[in-house]
Write a protein that binds this ligand. Structure first.
Ligand code: NAG
Ligand code: NAG
Ligand code: NAG
Ligand code: NAG
Ligand code: NAG
Ligand code: NAG
Ligand code: NAG
Ligand code: NAG
Ligand code: NAG
Ligand code: NAG
Length: 879
């Protein structure tokens, strides 16, 4: 090996020194350019450098001042002043030895795939002004000493995995030169130190997306240089301090997604430079202060999902001409829609979100004058009346249009197809009539088309099958007739297809090419013919509902190919023949309903069949087996209903014996079935109303509840009491007795009856009977032995595990989903709270208490408002 020249030797010695950490005398240490070299090599040693950037460039035959990422000051004899590695995937950890670069003023290690913690000693860099460590995977807490660096001007540490509090109680942030700090997107906790207020030059403070709690320090109002204040996505509570109205240079202000309450202070109207105001997802109440109209430079105005009331200022568009996004959805804003006219002044508006308020009136035709740049128009779930304005056709850049859940009437405008960029269109839950214009098929960009729950008539236009990218199509709950266009079944991108509750007829053709289909709901139509065996090719289908049609023939055994299916409802058809054994192989199947068909033969065993209850199988011709469910045992193996071949064989061998035996058996069977059916048909039609419940007399209720004794009292609600009772036939029920003295109780009763009469869902409390006369009214409900969720959550000795909680959440959501989307009229629960979620013996959650259910009608019928009654609960904010 060649002897290297002496200079290089010394470099290598130093390198070895650094690696093996020779003992040194820190006390007498004098920082030189040699220390810098040493530190850089130590830094290099601690990164993995997978792209060999340092190992090929940081070579010993050139001065470190020429190394990539290193800047030196020649004036100070080649001392390192900056290290810049932005976006270099170095990997590894930050070497504490960097703290010996005593002339370093900028350290940029942002987005370098670094892990580990931030070395405390970095705070000893006496000249460090800029420290950029964002977008790494650093963890641990930020060393407190960093908040005590007299030189620091910029500190960026966002998008890491840092935790802990910023400083300990009692100590202060002392960063006298700090101008910009961002610690967002970490897991930092504790309160926001009010001593940030001592950083007089602070221009930008970003602490968003952490877990900070406590209040917003009022002292921040003294940071007169502040331009950006980002505190969104934390757990801050309390109010917005009025003092923040003094931050007159502020242009970006984000407090969204916290738990702030109180009113929006009118002092914020002093923030004349404000461009972005984000206060969404909090608990702000009161009205939108008109003083905010002074903030004439606002571009993003976001107050969605709060508890704001009152009108939207009519001149909002005049006062804020630069608006690009206006988001006010999910509040309780009321009043008319005149402000929309003023928004035509905002030539850059591209996002308008008003969903889920209490806005009333007719959409002004001036909506067509809104900015041509408007891409998203969400105005659903309000009380908007009148026709869909034809002016919408001018908004040719519209991507989303949501007007669902209003009171719109008239027809779907023929001019819509001009909206060529439309991807999302929802007019569901209105009173829109007429037929579906075939021109809709020209909306080639549509992904989502929701027209369900209107009064549409006529056929489904063939042209819709031209929308080749459609993923979600819902036309259910209309009066559509005729066939389902054949080409529908080649819309291969479909994920959900909802066509239930129409008058569609015809056959179900081969559906096997819909390979992404998750949900297929064709229930409650007049479809007929055999079930296509191609159904079994829908491998990602989770939900198949073909109930209430006229399908006939056998259940194809190919249904065992539905390997993802969770919900399968074939009830109320004319399906006949054996139950395919293979259904017992479907491992995710949870709910199977085969009731009211003409099925026969042995009920398979295993998987879904082991948990099946009578209602899912009742009303069939001749099912047998499943002794636990009271079905008759199948005839002995020799005469197995299931294997028809054997049956035939026997028929030929022993015809006379068979004749006698079968004759007798079927006589018995028919009798049994007849009796069952008689019993069953009484309950069968409960699906649509109260007219067929069992009749329970007042006296029976008195007996059942031991004269409404306190011992049987299980709860008291706003309008009455609930008793446990045991009916004469042994059925345990809950009896909800109305307190007729309370004003409004009667109306509540009627509303609840009305609501209940429309609903039937496994996660809603089932009504068994209504007992009603002049001075006594009671609802007899399914009894829930495990009481309310409230007891489980707030009670002392009960505890739910994670899975149970998850199941309850899913149950409640599906109940709500059903109430909101699957009824002819949207039913708002209006009083959702743990005490209204009841658990049955299997811990399945059932939603109860429609006492204040608000019925929203899709047409011009008056709205039964119930806003002032009930207890404080959760009302869905909207979509
Ligand atoms: C940096 O200095 C500290 C003491 O200030 C010392 O312990 C450490 O070894 C030094 N590192 C290098 C690379 O010189
Ligand atoms: C330094 O040495 C490397 C190999 O170690 C070589 O590739 C490079 O060209 C040399 N650079 C100079 C400036 O001599
Ligand atoms: C190292 O990178 C710097 C900056 O890209 C370059 O100027 C220098 O020539 C490189 N040195 C070597 C040895 O590759
Ligand atoms: C390091 O600093 C010394 C003075 O302290 C200076 O003489 C020398 O040239 C510097 N070394 C390099 C490589 O610049
Ligand atoms: C981070 O660096 C990688 C390259 O290492 C780059 O692809 C990526 O875009 C950077 N991320 C950001 C947010 O700049
Ligand atoms: C901040 O630094 C000063 C010296 O610069 C020191 O006296 C003080 O104790 C430090 N405070 C904290 C909280 O670290
Ligand atoms: C962040 O830290 C938490 C624990 O402190 C850990 O569970 C999580 O995996 C980390 N995330 C990343 C992206 O490193
Ligand atoms: C923190 O600042 C407050 C107010 O400026 C002061 O009263 C207090 O003494 C300071 N605490 C420390 C530890 O410096
Ligand atoms: C706003 O600043 C003014 C003077 O700069 C001061 O008098 C007032 O108290 C401050 N307001 C708040 C709420 O702090
Ligand atoms: C909303 O505001 C009303 C008063 O306007 C209040 O009664 C209600 O409790 C608030 N709701 C929430 C969820 O904060």
């Amino acid at each position: 090996m060649k002897q290297p020249p002496p200079r290089f030797l010394s470099v290598q010695v130093v390198f070895l020194l650094s690696i093996f950490s020779f003992p040194q005398q820190p006390a007498s240490r004098k920082y030189t350019n040699l220390t810098d070299l040493e530190s850089l090599l130590a830094f290099k040693a601690q990164v993995r450098d997978p792209h060999a950037i340092l190992s090929t460039n940081w070579t010993s035959n050139t001065s470190f001042c020429n190394w990539i990422g290193v800047s030196c000051s020649r004036r100070h004899h080649e001392r390192v002043t900056a290290i810049d590695f932005l976006n270099f995937p170095l990997q590894g950890t930050i070497s504490p030895h960097l703290s010996n670069l005593s002339f370093l003023s900028r350290l940029d290690l942002a987005n370098c795939s670094l892990a580990g913690s931030i070395p405390q000693v970095l705070s000893q860099l006496p000249r460090l002004e800029e420290l950029y460590l964002e977008e790494n995977s650093l963890y641990g807490s930020i060393p407190t000493a960093i908040f005590n660096m007299s030189s620091l001007v910029q500190f960026f540490c966002s998008d890491n995995n840092l935790s802990g509090t910023l400083i300990s109680n009692g100590s202060n942030i002392t960063l006298p030169r700090l101008q910009r700090i961002s610690l967002s997107a970490n897991q930092l906790t504790g309160e926001i130190p009010s001593s940030f207020a001592q950083c007089r030059d602070l221009e930008s403070l970003s602490l968003s997306l952490n877990e900070f709690n406590g209040i917003i320090p009022a002292d921040l109002g003294s940071l007169t240089e502040l331009r950006k204040l980002y505190l969104g996505g934390n757990r801050l509570s309390g109010i917005i301090p009025k003092s923040l109205g003094n931050l007159t240079k502020l242009d970006g202000f984000d407090l969204s997604i916290n738990m702030l309450t109180g009113i929006i202070p009118k002092e914020l109207g002093n923030l004349a430079n404000l461009q972005n105001l984000l206060l969404g997802d909090n608990g702000f109440s009161g009205s939108i202060p008109t003083s905010l109209l002074n903030c004439s430079r606002i571009e993003i105005f976001e107050l969605a999902v709060n508890n704001l009331t009152g009108p939207v200022p009519a001149s909002i568009g005049k006062s804020m001409p630069l608006l690009t996004r206006l988001l006010l959805g999910g509040n309780r804003l009321s009043g008319d829609l005149d402000f929309i006219t003023s928004l035509s002044n905002c030539r850059d508006l591209y996002y308008l979100h008003l969903i889920g308020n209490e806005l009333r009136g007719v959409l002004p035709s001036s909506i067509g004058n809104l900015s041509i740049n408007l891409q998203h128009l969400f105005a659903g779930l309000n009380f908007i009346r009148g026709e869909v304005p034809t002016g919408l056709k001018n908004l040719s850049n519209l991507v989303s249009l949501h007007l669902g859940g209003n009171e719109l009437i008239g027809t779907i405008p023929l001019s819509f197809p001009r909206l060529e960029k439309l991807q999302y269109m929802s007019l569901h839950g209105n009173g829109i009539s007429g037929s579906i214009p075939s021109e809709l098929g020209l909306l080639r960009s549509l992904n989502v088309l929701r027209l369900e729950n209107n009064r549409l008539v006529g056929p489904i236009p063939y042209s819709i099958s031209n929308i080749s990218g459609i993923q979600y199509l819902a036309l259910s709950g209309n009066r559509l007739s005729s066939n389902i266009p054949l080409d529908f079944w080649s819309l291969t991108s479909l994920i959900e297809l909802h066509l239930s509750k129409n008058m569609l007829d015809g056959l179900l053709p081969s559906v096997g090419s819909l390979e992404y289909l998750n949900i297929l709901d064709l229930s409650s139509n007049m479809l007929s013919g055999n079930l296509s065996s191609s159904l079994g090719r829908l491998q990602v289908l989770t939900h198949l509902d073909l109930s209430n049609n006229s399908f006939e023939g056998q259940i194809p055994s190919s249904l065992s190919g539905l390997i993802s299916i969770k919900y399968l409802n074939l009830s109320n058809n004319f399906l006949s023949g054996d139950l395919p054994k293979s259904l017992a192989n479907l491992s995710y199947l949870e709910i199977l309903d085969l009731s009211f068909n003409k099925l026969e033969g042995q009920i398979p065993e295993g998987r879904v069949f082991s948990n099946l209850s009578i209602p899912s199988l009742e009303g069939n011709t001749a099912l047998c087996g499943a002794p636990l469910l009271d079905f008759p045992p199948c005839p002995s193996n020799a005469v197995n209903f299931h294997s028809t071949r054997k049956l035939q064989l026997i028929k030929y061998i022993l015809p006379p014996i068979l004749f006698v035996v079968l004759g007798f058996a079927s006589f018995c069977l028919i009798r049994v079935i007849y009796q069952r059916r008689k019993k069953i048909t009484v309950t069968r039609t409960v699906s649509t109303g109260l007219d067929e419940q069992r009749v329970i007399s007042y006296l029976e209720l008195v007996r059942a509840t031991e004269n409404f004794s306190d011992a049987n009292l299980v709860g008291k609600g706003s309008f009455g009491s609930v008793f446990r009772g045991c009916l004469d036939d042994g059925l345990t029920v809950a009896v909800k007795v109305l307190n007729l003295e309370v004003e409004g109780a009667l109306k509540s009763f009627d509303e609840e009856c009305r609501a209940l009469s429309m609903v039937r869902h496994r996660n809603l409390i089932k009504i068994i009977s209504i007992c009603s006369n002049h001075d006594f009214k009671a609802l007899v409900l399914q009894f829930m032995p495990n009481m309310s969720l409230e007891r489980w959550i707030y009670g002392n000795n009960q505890c739910l595990d994670l899975l149970q909680r998850l199941n309850i959440m899913v149950d409640v959501s599906s109940a709500l989903e059903y109430l909101h989307h699957h009824l002819p009229r949207t039913v708002l629960h209006c009083d959702l709270k743990p005490s209204n979620v009841l658990l049955d013996e299997g811990m399945v959650a059932h939603l109860g208490d429609f006492g204040i259910a608000k019925l929203m009608f899709g047409d011009n019928q008056s709205v039964v408002t119930a806003t002032t009654r009930g207890t404080i609960g959760y009302i869905a904010p909207g979509l």
